[in-house]
Design a protein around this ligand. Structure first.
Ligand code: URA
Length: 244
């Protein structure tokens, strides 16, 4: 193992206790529970067009149109307090897509997701499994604008933002999605199960393998769960290997 890898693993609290072990994917539960997303969209408060129409328009946008649309979005109240929308960052053809909850203060100020201490930990988690932000990895959030006081995004806010992320996922075509934390997992899987139930299983997001792990901000507060996050990353890495 290289020194750099040792340093990263040590910082994550992963050495000397843990070793990468392969998972038998056939033993993993496969969740294919989807609800129709179409019937959730009724009326868009920000305009006279229906949410169905808005969604269809967004789902036909290219990257430039999507970025411009997000930058000017006023579909929910989060737009009123933001410094800027945080679109997402990374390799637009990435195999790996990490999805968090929503921007915090630093992300709101810089326009880039996961740039604070949680972001540093996310970068280290990715490094520990040989990945790097921007290199075959894309990072986005469930909502593009910062919820005040870092509260969880409300259902109307996630609903208005969902077509943007859906279009990003269609354009990126990732091979695997890593859902970071409860808000990301529950929104992507349309589930209200808690994170400990959702972890450790191979889910699907419209045919794309999806693995749930803890949010890096939570891991900063809960060191023992770093071990579980490491298992999740190894599980994701093994899943990716099995796809090749
Ligand atoms: N937490 C998130 O979920 N996303 C970010 O971009 C930053 C912190």
């Amino acid at each position: 193992m290289s020194n750099r890898r040792k340093i990263i693993l040590k910082e994550l609290g992963l050495l000397p206790l843990w070793h990468i072990k392969s998972e038998n994917l056939q033993d993993s539960a496969v969740s294919t529970k989807f609800s129709s997303q179409e019937d959730q969209y009724k009326k868009c408060p920000a305009s006279n067009i229906s949410n169905d129409t808005r969604r269809q328009q967004i789902l036909h946008m290219d990257w430039d149109q999507l970025k411009a649309e997000v930058a000017h979005c006023a579909a929910c109240a989060l737009s009123q307090a933001r410094a800027q929308a945080v679109f997402g960052v990374g390799d637009e053809k990435a195999d790996w897509l990490c999805i968090g909850e929503g921007p915090g203060a630093r992300e709101d100020a810089t326009g880039e997701p996961f740039v604070g201490p949680a972001g540093k930990l996310l970068d280290n988690m990715l490094s520990a499994v040989g990945l790097q932000r921007g290199n075959n990895v894309y990072i986005a959030n469930i909502v593009k604008c910062r919820p005040p006081n870092n509260r969880n995004p409300a259902p109307n806010e996630t609903r208005q933002c969902e077509p943007y992320l859906a279009r990003q996922i269609e354009l990126i075509k990732p091979k695997i999605i890593l859902a970071l934390g409860k808000v990301a997992a529950q929104n992507l899987l349309k589930s209200d199960e808690n994170i400990s139930t959702l972890r450790g299983k191979l889910h699907q997001y419209f045919g794309i393998p999806l693995i749930v792990t803890y949010h890096p901000a939570y891991l900063l507060r809960s060191l023992p769960d770093k071990a579980k996050a490491w298992e999740d990353l190894c599980f994701a890495k093994d899943t990716m290997r099995s796809l090749k």
